[in-house]
Each structure stands twice: as C-alpha cells, then as structure tokens.
Design a protein around this ligand. Sequence first.
Ligand SMILES: NC(=O)c1ccc[n+]([C@@H]2O[C@H](COP(=O)([O-])OP(=O)(O)OC[C@H]3O[C@@H](n4cnc5c(N)ncnc54)[C@H](OP(=O)(O)O)[C@@H]3O)[C@@H](O)[C@H]2O)c1
Length: 107
Amino acid sequence: MFAGKVVLVTGGTSGIGLALARAFLAAGARVTVCGRDPRRLEAARASLPGATASRCDVTDVGQVRRLLAEVEAGFGRLDVWSATPAASPSATSRPGSIRPRSSARCG
Ligand SMILES: NC(=O)c1ccc[n+]([C@@H]2O[C@H](COP(=O)([O-])OP(=O)(O)OC[C@H]3O[C@@H](n4cnc5c(N)ncnc54)[C@H](OP(=O)(O)O)[C@@H]3O)[C@@H](O)[C@H]2O)c1
C-alpha cells in the first residue's frame, strides 16, 4: 500500500513518529522525517537507512512551507503527511492554511 509513496513524518525523530517512519520505510515508502533538535535529527538519519531528515519546527508556518517545498522539489510530490500530535501543524495553524502543492493525505 505504501510502496513507492512519498511520506513526510513531522515529529519523526523520536517515539511514535520514529516508529511510524520505520514502518513506512519497511513498507517500501520514501520517507522524510523532521524535528527541531539537530542531535535527534542526526540519530534518526542514522537509524533510518534511506530516509532523509530535515530540521523544521512545525509551529513556524514559514519553516513548514519550506519543508514542503523541499520534499516536493526532492521527490516530485508528497503522498502522505503523517503528523504526530506533538508535531502537528494543525495544532498551531489555522486548519487549511498549509497545503502541499501535490495531492496529500494529512493526518
Ligand atoms: N508515547 C505514548 O505512549 C503516547 C501515548 C498517548 C499520546 N501520546 C502523544 O503522542 C505525541 C508523541 O509522543 P511521543 O512519545 O512519540 O513523543 P516524543 O518521543 O517526545 O516525540 C515527539 C517528536 O516530535 C518532535 N517535535 C516536537 N515538537 C515539535 C515541533 N514543534 N516541530 C517539529 N517537531 C517537533 C520531536 O523532536 P524535537 O523535539 O527534536 O523537535 C520528536 O521527534 C505526544 O503529543 C504525546 O503526548 C504519546
């Protein structure tokens, strides 16, 4: 189901998000994780072979827009946006104010 899909896991450098990123990779997806702490980002990068990791604070709309642009530039699209509650843009932004240009499932 996720083979070949482009997946962004915000808050994917620790805990539930990291486990989700690992599961998406195991299912054949192309995965990017984000978080704020550079050391956690580096550790996530090392523990998720094939994934990319970008620094982004999802409470900052500008950083989220940059991250989405980076993912879409790198992979050509975004299929799935997996947001853990701790790192969910919808918790801090007006719903609908941030949309990837490509089609995406946000949760
Ligand atoms: N673990 C559980 O059993 C459990 C149960 C029920 C509910 N929850 C809820 O589920 C959520 C995740 O739990 P967890 O245990 O996976 O937490 P966690 O291990 O602390 O992981 C949170 C992740 O989100 C990132 N993050 C936090 N704030 C962010 C921000 N503003 N921008 C970008 N990334 C951000 C963290 O990285 P950085 O800090 O480096 O940014 C980290 O990658 C929490 O809201 C928790 O309350 C957890």
